[in-house]
Write a protein that binds this ligand. Sequence first.
Ligand SMILES: [Zn+2]
Length: 251
Amino acid sequence: MQIVGYRRRTAPDETAALLVAGGDVSDGERAEVERLALAPGTDLAYTLSERHCAGVVTDGRHQPCAAPRAPYCEAHTVPWAAANNADSREEHAVYLAAFAPDAFKVGVTRSWRLETRLREQGADRAAHVHTVSNGRTAREVESDIAATVGDSVRVATKIEGLDREVDEVAWSDLLADFRVIETFAFDYGLDLDRRPVPETMLTGAVRGTKSRALVLDRAGTTYAVDMRDLVGYDLRPGADDREVQASLTGF
Ligand SMILES: [Zn+2]
């Protein structure tokens, strides 16, 4: 069984999931893809073994690949631009997003998808600041704003801020320069009182997810796993027995 992808939580009534498939690399059979749901409270007990290319999923079936590069080999890496519908004639929203405590970015999405997009990225706060008639114009506006605000926030930065609140002063200062159409505030239910320890593992009780971060409780310590770092691993049932770094209680 291999982790071949993941689905971030994009609505309050959804759960995130890992996509797993049991195809055997040696015979190249196409196996059905199953969802391993990451609902809060789920006890996970898997050991990560070998990691290799996650292959490709089409029509719900997985084509395995033995190439050593993970999560994807060169043949199975989808160019980011191909997934990016820059010429869309649909109405687009330009938004600012805040990640605790003070990482901010500008982004664009089709208007109807705004709230979904913000949750998918794990934004703590957001503001819709422009509505434009197509994707091209949206990207021009985005590019202007990105020169000062930036247009990306790294997953590691998001994980570092998981236990933090948004810096209200910095966020208000940023918004003061824009005509705000609507604001958003999100709660991912993680309820953390200290920063989780970054790890790559799949053993523990699910506390919740926020964008690509899977938060697990294990033996009194809370860990944050970037789901993308799991993609490509073969799984064995049963808790791993390795030593994981415990939280630095008292620091
Ligand atoms: Zn491959």
